[in-house]
Write a protein that binds this ligand. Structure first.
Ligand SMILES: CC(C)(COP(=O)(O)OP(=O)(O)OC[C@H]1O[C@@H](n2cnc3c(N)ncnc32)[C@H](O)[C@@H]1OP(=O)(O)O)[C@@H](O)C(=O)NCCC(=O)NCCS
Length: 335
């Protein structure tokens, strides 16, 4: 059976840097509060008309070049985002057209912070079943155009950043143990209300009810931050252990853990709970904030560029929890 092998990665963030001090000027917050509670120092927000597919396109060009592929080589595109460019069609189709393609299948994944994990598991299943051979998996988000930038929304708004990353994955025939060793995915829709944006809502007779003003809180993401925090700290070690058991390896064999970058404190707590050496867990939330579906592949791209991971035989574990709720863990071994 073919193994799903990463051939190239790329990332892109928009040029408009927004520091915590910039946020102090538009809402009642402080650099100290944001750094202490989340670890975030800055993030990038779009400036002008830019969709998730535009950011994804820039990241994809780099990933394709690193893989030595042309867009025409692709036989499947997966785009993970909670912030599609428009209501429909999905950002995967928009990206496909930007890549100059006109028949390559394109699938959108709406799994928020675990979009990359669900996307990687899906790519692996497509490769192992023989349905696809060269896949472009993209995580891309434009949060900034949908955030409440007044003091009312400060708990959520300071956290999120815009960005994208792309990974080229190829089905490779090899007897070596390599590729995706295990994927474990979970969801609990009973907790959908813990982190959501309610409007516009297709379930309503009118999606944007005229009696509700456009600055109503329901048009913005709302989050029960402490509930999500507690859930993450409890569920991530469990799902990591499930994936280690499935892959029949131990935590000591993992060279690097790349968790979703939602909050530095969640990831530090995870590291302490697992008794991990600090060098074995990846943090870059300081620079980008939470870029949701893009956060894990951005961290992967950086870790590979820095030489922290990527040698033959290296094993990386991706994990995360977010809206849905959804959570999961995927273990990957470099060929
Ligand atoms: C959002 C989060 C950083 C908030 O941290 P917290 O320690 O739980 O803080 P609280 O929500 O209890 O708020 C504490 C105080 O800070 C205030 N506050 C909230 N946001 C603030 C901000 N940006 N700046 C300054 N003060 C802020 C609150 O109003 C509250 O004030 P009060 O004590 O006077 O009522 C944290 O809960 C978190 O990261 N949760 C998980 C997020 C996550 O993983 N999401 C899923 C993936 S997207």
């Amino acid at each position: 059976m073919k193994k799903s092998i990463i051939k190239g990665t790329g990332m892109f963030v928009p040029p408009n840097l927004v520091t915590n001090h910039d946020l102090e000027k538009i809402m009642d917050t402080s650099d100290e509060w944001i750094k202490q509670r989340t670890g975030i120092e800055q993030r990038y927000w779009i400036d002008g008309v830019t969709g998730s597919s535009d950011l994804g396109f820039e990241a994809s060009k780099i990933a394709l070049e690193n893989a030595g592929w042309k867009p025409e080589d692709l036989d499947f595109i997966i785009f993970a985002t909670l912030s599609p460019d428009i209501m429909f069609p999905g950002s995967g189709c928009l990206l496909q057209a930007k890549l100059g393609l006109n028949k390559t299948p394109a699938l959108d994944i709406r799994q928020q912070c675990t979009g990359f994990l669900y996307g990687l598991a899906t790519a692996d299943a497509y490769i192992k079943s023989g349905l696809a051979h060269k896949i472009l998996l993209v995580g891309g988000e434009v949060h900034s155009s949908g955030l409440d930038k007044s003091t009312r929304g400060r708990d959520v708004t300071v956290i999120f950043g815009d960005g994208a990353a792309a990974v080229c994955i190829e089905g490779v025939e090899t007897k070596k143990e390599a590729g995706v060793l295990a994927s474990v995915l979970h969801a609990d829709g009973n907790l959908a209300g813990a982190l959501m944006t309610e409007l516009p809502a297709s379930r309503l007779p009118v999606r944007m009810p005229p009696e509700i003003p456009f600055d109503d809180v329901r048009y913005y993401p709302v989050m029960d931050g402490s509930a999500i925090f507690k859930k993450a700290v409890r569920m991530l070690p469990k799902v990591i252990n499930e994936s280690l058991e499935k892959a029949k390896i131990t935590l000591e064999q993992i060279d690097l853990i790349i968790p979703h970058q939602a909050n530095m404190r969640i990831n530090q707590a995870l590291g302490q709970f697992l008794k991990l050496d600090e060098t074995k867990i990846c943090h870059n939330i300081q620079k980008y904030g939470n870029t949701t579906a893009a956060s894990i592949p951005i961290a992967l791209h950086e870790a590979m560029e820095q030489g922290r991971i990527g040698k033959s035989g290296d094993i990386v574990l991706f994990t995360g929890l977010g809206a849905g709720l959804t959570w999961g863990s995927v273990i990957y071994k470099f060929l």
